[in-house]
Design a binder for this molecule. Structure first.
Ligand code: ADP
Ligand code: ZN
Ligand code: ZN
Length: 727
């Protein structure tokens, strides 16, 4: 008897699959990865076949038969990967599997149909029929005339515009005068070109050595390495050459880029080298486009996939190479359940496929520096030098002097005098970070979250950056009536205004999620900045990421230490990466670059080392500190968060979970907390942190405790989320 073991696509944590179904003859070609419609209790649900078997532990008469099978499923190797993600990140099998299924499977409860076009063509008999034959209606005559005159088949949609219906065409088809074919109309995502098109370059010796090392891995058993190349050292050219080598060997390639926003730039370079063999997968594609690109990869028509983190699940067979560009970027970690890290998934996938994994960055993570073989690109291409960096001490300045130091003002001023472009990075969007009353001290906070509201002048309101709450900007204090309200901190709107005054008539382009939402996406803004003769791009962290504009000669960081003030052990690492990356945007062309870093912490290691372009020095110090404190990569952190209404209930549930954990954790792991966290979207939160030596046993213990808790009464209406390798 043929048995299919099926994981139902339902999200209930308490459900223990897979469940056995008996396969009838009509479903003989069901395999691992097939999506079935199955009876489940009193419902019908979708389920994924995760295994085939000969026998079941249950007697045959207790097994149900699936109702039907969907046409498209996932490749077997991706089913294994999806289940691995579910296990590794304490999620459910359904959530893990949803990552690898054809787009639309789970949400549409049925597959999105391929969009097809009906094409009509006149047959050999058509001309004669039109000449003499009787019995043709006026519509039919008109249809034949048009079809005979056309050099190629016409779409039914075009004919409809002439008043000729599909019925008319069908009737002509019945008489043998017209032939009709359905053709699938491929939807190909449009691509706005940003950045230099990839005319092939001659690789320099360091690039060549890197490519040779990667190709040796592709030809061998795969492996993993870190490509550490300073900004502008030509890493992308190395990826392109390595991808070429993989394609030459008939192997597939995945290229991960940090954010959807970076996809078009990478896509442009890969498309101009490899054309239609490149597909793109990301969540902002239309549902139809996503489905078509997925199937182009699945069928082997496309052999390179470019995209943000979810592209690691691209249905490519015969994988030879995975590239993770800007591997330090936090966006590789998924924020919702399953909270997977695409870099870890990439390691797993490369391992299973025997593919080569290349992690590239100018500012690698301590984890990669410690754990991976390293290949260096130590110089910028064409002998260009790294820009000189000036640290500007902002301590002891009077608030009335404004957020721009005289040195910064002078640097921007010289931009106006000499022409060229500048990029300015600000920590936060909005006008100012905090509003309070001078007279009574009232501070404006979010009613849903325990955070300050941000002043937005563009839209004239106060907004919460966590939950989206907005209220009108007050003219006076509702508590004491005072009109003397104080604003503190400078966001992108305010810096934009100040710089515009300073550099007029040069233009300022603002890039943050507010301006992007209004001005047709941030690509449109970047394209404008690129096309402009000169000007300054002001924005949040987005401006630091990977752009290659050769005419940028000045980069400014307004508040380099802002990230350092977060109580997070990765704050130093983030700050180093941000300042180095922003500096790396400057001086990539013929003119040498300059960088100004304003900070309240001029002595901080992250800032000093970034100014000296000293990655090795920074990472040596940082790894020493991590080792002393037993932080990753010398341990693993698992964060468990309980959220819900009512602080006492949340606290009690967290305490219960802590007890369950204590009973099950391995000897090298220990739990910290529960500790309350600030309220978010009206929900109370409590957090337990597990610090473990070895990862797998600790994850297993946490999973067991959470699964048990999920069925317990105390946790009803509360949500538990687990974040393995929390950021
Ligand atoms: P990275 O990714 O390391 O920042 P890129 O690959 O974007 O660097 O390269 C920076 C610029 O230098 C690009 O415009 C690229 O076309 C150019 N470039 C890269 N390698 C070479 C080379 N060997 N010769 C000439 N130009 C190169
Ligand atoms: Zn007041
Ligand atoms: Zn809020």
């Amino acid at each position: 008897m043929a048995i299919a073991k099926v994981e139902p696509l339902t999200t209930a944590r308490a459900l223990r699959g897979p469940f056995d179904y008996r396969l009838p003859e009509r479903l003989a070609d069901v395999g691992v990865g097939t999506v079935l419609v199955v009876p489940f209790g009193h419902r019908r649900v979708l389920g994924v076949v995760v295994e085939l078997a000969e026998q079941s532990a249950l007697p045959p008469e207790r097994l149900a038969e699936p109702i039907s099978a969907l046409a498209a499923g996932a490749p077997a190797e991706l089913v294994r990967l999806g289940l691995w993600v579910a296990r590794e990140y304490c999620s459910t099998p359904a959530r893990g599997l949803e990552l690898v299924l054809p787009p639309g499977t789970a949400s549409a409860r049925g597959q999105l149909k391929a969009r097809s076009r009906l094409l009509a063509e006149a047959t050999a008999e058509a001309a004669a029929a039109l000449e003499g034959g009787p019995g043709l209606g006026p519509r039919q005559r008109r249809a034949l005339e048009l079809l005979l005159a056309a050099p190629a088949p016409l779409a039914a949609a075009e004919l409809a515009a002439e008043g000729i219906s599909r019925d008319t065409l069908r009737r002509l088809e019945g008489r043998g005068l017209v032939s009709l074919v359905e053709r699938e109309a491929g939807r190909r995502p449009a691509n706005t070109a940003i950045g230099a098109p990839a005319s092939p370059v001659t690789l320099d010796p360091a690039q060549r050595a890197a490519v040779e090392r990667i190709v040796a891995g592709i030809d061998g058993d795969g492996g993993q390495l870190l490509l550490h190349g300073v900004t502008g050292s030509g890493k992308t050219e190395v990826y392109l050459a390595a991808a070429q080598a993989a394609l030459d060997r008939g192997l597939g390639v995945i290229v991960l880029v940090p954010e959807i926003g970076m996809t078009p730039q990478a896509l442009t370079r890969f498309r101009s080298r490899f054309g239609d063999r490149v597909a793109v997968l990301h969540s902002r594609l239309g549902a139809g486009e996503r489905r078509d690109e997925w199937h182009r990869l699945r069928s082997g028509e496309a052999r390179v996939c470019v995209g943000p983190r979810s592209a690691i699940f691209a249905p490519l067979s015969g994988l030879g190479l995975i590239v993770v560009d800007e591997e330090h970027d936090p966006s590789y970690k998924q924020e919702g359940d399953p909270r997977y890290d695409a870099r870890e998934v990439a390691r797993r996938r490369a391992d299973e496929a025997g593919a080569m994994l290349v992690m590239g960055s100018a500012t690698p993570r301590p984890e990669s520096w410690l754990g991976l073989e390293r290949v260096e690109l130590a110089e910028r291409v064409d002998g260009r030098s790294l820009p000189s960096v000036e640290i500007v001490d902002m301590r002891g300045r009077d608030g009335r002097e404004g957020p721009l130091h005289p040195i910064t003002r002078a640097a921007l001023g010289s931009l106006r005098a000499a022409g060229g472009k500048g990029i300015v990075m600000v920590n936060r969007r909005g006008w100012s970070w905090h509003l309070s009353c001078h007279s009574c001290g009232r501070a404006w906070g979010c009613p849903q979250c325990d955070v300050s509201l941000i002043v937005h002048r563009d839209s004239g309101d106060l907004r919460c950056h966590h939950c989206g709450h907005a209220e009108p900007l007050p003219g006076s204090c509702p508590d004491c009536g005072s009109v003397s309200l104080a604003r503190a901190g400078s966001g992108s709107e305010r810096i934009e205004t100040l710089i515009a005054e300073l550099i007029a008539p040069l233009r300022v382009f603002r890039l943050d999620s507010d301006s992007a939402a209004r001005q047709g996406g941030h690509l449109a803004i970047l394209a404008e900045f690129q096309a402009a003769e000169s000007g300054v791009l002001v924005g949040t962290q987005m401006v630091a990421k990977g752009h290659d504009f050769p005419d940028v000669v000045l980069a400014v960081v307004i508040d380099a230490d802002a990230a350092l003030r977060f109580p997070d052990f990765r704050a130093e690492e983030r700050t180093f990466a941000l300042v180095s990356q922003l500096a790396g945007r400057s001086g990539r062309g013929a003119r040498s670059g300059r960088v100004v870093v304003q900070t309240l912490a001029p002595g901080a290691a992250a800032i000093r080392h970034a100014a000296e372009h000293d990655t090795a020095g920074f990472l040596a110090g940082e790894l020493g500190r991590r080792r002393e404190l037993a932080y990753p990569p010398y341990s693993h952190l698992i964060r468990i968060e309980i959220t819900g209404a009512g602080a006492p209930r949340v606290a009690a549930a967290a305490a219960g979970l802590r007890d369950a954990l204590d009973a099950g954790l391995p000897a090298d792991a220990r739990a910290l907390g529960p500790a309350p966290r600030f309220r978010l979207r009206g929900r109370e939160r409590s957090q337990i942190l597990v610090k473990a030596g070895e990862r797998a046993p600790a994850v297993a213990a946490v999973r067991a405790a959470v699964d048990t808790a999920a069925t317990a009464r105390e946790l009803k209406d509360l949500a538990v989320s687990v974040d393995v390798d929390a950021q």
